[in-house]
Ligand binder design. Sequence first.
Ligand code: NAD
Length: 434
Amino acid sequence: MTNSRLSGLYNLSVAQRRAKVTESAPLPADLLSVYDTGGLSVDAADHMVENSVGMHALPVGIGLNFIVNGRDVLVPMVIEEPSVVAGASFMAKLARAAGGFFAKADEPLMIGQMQVLDAADLHSARLALLEHKASLLDEADAIDPILKKFGGGARDLQVRIIEDSPVGPFLVVHLVYDVRDAMGANAVNTACERLAPRVEAITGGRVHLRILSNLADRRLARVRCTVPVQELAFSDPDGRTYSGEQVRDGIIAAYAFAAADPYRAATHNKGIMNGVDAIVIATGNDWRAIEAGAHAYAARSGRYTSLSTWGTDADGNLVGTLEMPMAVGIIGGATKVHPAAQAALKLMGIQSAAELAEIIVSVGLAQNMAALRALATEGIQRGHMSLHARQVAIAAGATGDMIEGIARRMVEEKVVRIDRAEELMKEAEKQPKQ
Ligand code: NAD
């Protein structure tokens, strides 16, 4: 059993944190040593992309306090932005009081698209394809025997007519494919390419594009959480106090802004993606695919809006929900070949792609709540600035203990800027050594 409630982890050294994390779950003691190098060798990187010249590192923080579907989870988060790991962990702590996060992923159905040009009559071509649906699905089903062995394969064939486009009307075929524990892009692209000649023969048209859609709206993941209203009360460092009701109503009003205004919704959803992407990257998944799906889904009504909702339950507690496409895998792509991705899956005790999707949306919702709570009360900058100040201190050349000292001074002065950090560095260097 994992315990994700590790208080005081923040105050430990990196080595102590690693020990505490691996002791809190049934994990090998050296699991996190993969993060010494980020898990990849220069040689391995050379096999992954073209013209490789090495690797690019990012920090990994552990998201704490998460209970997802009744199970404690320690969450590896790869992100360069301060405050995200702390914000998500704090909100997960508040949500714990009501059982944490309740999440459910859809069946792993991906959509492959075929664009059929030059068919003489689009309506009869569409019906001809639907008449051959069973045999087309049989053919598509046989394309990936491994996927089939694991219970995946072709599930449905839909045909749409696009009436209005810059090249006039054409047909679009959607092949719906169950990709089990894979993200599925390669599997779906292969199936579309292999099916294309039969689609051409049936329609008399020409299959142009054959590619997966990242608007994976048949593969949504959903999560909800409740935060007891009394858990939301707090005092900020200036001594201002906020009641639970004030914080709750502030969060709901902040959500309403995102629900109604695309300018705000873009930033609101960016906050969700701070949590989402951090795990998607940690597990070697394709974060561009997730980003593309998220924003396309947020715009599905024709107006871009919030991916999450915030309201109250009958007892006045804060209730949050998030629903978004979540095409992630634990097989294939980089997930299997990247040792750090493998360690991340082990750390979370993940057995299926659905379970990974459920954890990811939980962290996205927690991160959304963290941003809304800060914005609706003391503002985002205080919490953010104390962490940001450390990066500014490092950028000014501070090392070791000097980083904390200079960061603290800048936060006290409320001037977090590189020029001030450089001045403070000079001052510190002038001080006689003790
Ligand atoms: P993949 O082809 O490497 O692995 C999936 C395959 O693994 C399956 O087809 C199946 O044959 C096999 N497999 C074994 N056990 C399985 C199990 N339990 N469940 C499912 N499959 C199992 O990977 P993929 O997931 O098809 O493709 C992911 C990669 O495609 C990512 O790296 C992504 O970046 C890339 N990609 C993305 C896009 C896009 O998003 N538009 C387009 C092209 C490529």
